[in-house]
Design a protein around this ligand. Sequence first.
Ligand code: GUN
Length: 284
Amino acid sequence: MAKILDGKFLRDKIIENLKNKVNSLKIKPGLAVVLIGDNPASQVYVKNKILACHKIGFYSEQILLSVKASKDEIFSHLERLNKSTKIHGILVQYPLPDYLSYLEKEINEFINPQKDVDCFNPINVGKMFLSKSNDEKIFFPCTPKGIITLLKHYQIDISGKKAVIVGRSNLVGKPAAFMLCNEGATVTVAHSKTKNLFEVASQADILVVAVGKKNFIKKEAVKKDAVVIDVGINRDGKNIYGDIDYNDVFEKPSYITPVPGGVGPMTIASLMENVFLGYEIQMR
Ligand code: GUN
């Protein structure tokens, strides 16, 4: 039977640590979150990010732009935030509304690399590529960083393990692959074009699933005693489901992340750590 990797517990611990560090600071670390449009899931994520800032004592700004926001309007906000001495981290919540999605690359390149708490600017992506995940001076993207923090907290060895990541997004799959590889795992990235995907997944000692499909992975795709990490947040009515069919697979893994309460809270904890890192970099 699987042990639970409790992301909520660890998030609260990380938030408490940051709160103690921030307490004595005169100038507080600051995060700006930009939300364009009215995607309900994004509204919830942004609310949770701002709430975490309040809990720690970070300064925060929410920039809520209409779905009809112009390119000029978006970039003039980003320019101000890039220059603001109150702001040490900038995050533009994705996905952008469809008709603005062509701007994603330009936005990532425009955000001041020292404030790029998402680690989406190509300069920071390059640094991540070249670094071990225990390098405390560089940004790592929040979800993969949270996954590695969770594995380390539960003293789960990564080095020498076979890791399979299902999903190849820039947000999670690709950076998770680099980071696990840099930790000594033998990494396979499987995705929608992979032949025999479930068989590939079933060979993993560490299985990370980030495809955005409710209950996509069943027990046949999970090796006995694997460590199973579910990145999915799939809303169906009032409920949230992971990419892994939790009840179906539960007897097989040694460890599993619940949804909700696993990777989601760790993403927020990592974001807060990155805001603090941005502060340290800029106050040097
Ligand atoms: N949308 C879903 N996850 C994320 C994230 O980590 N950062 C941003 N900016 N948008 C997201």
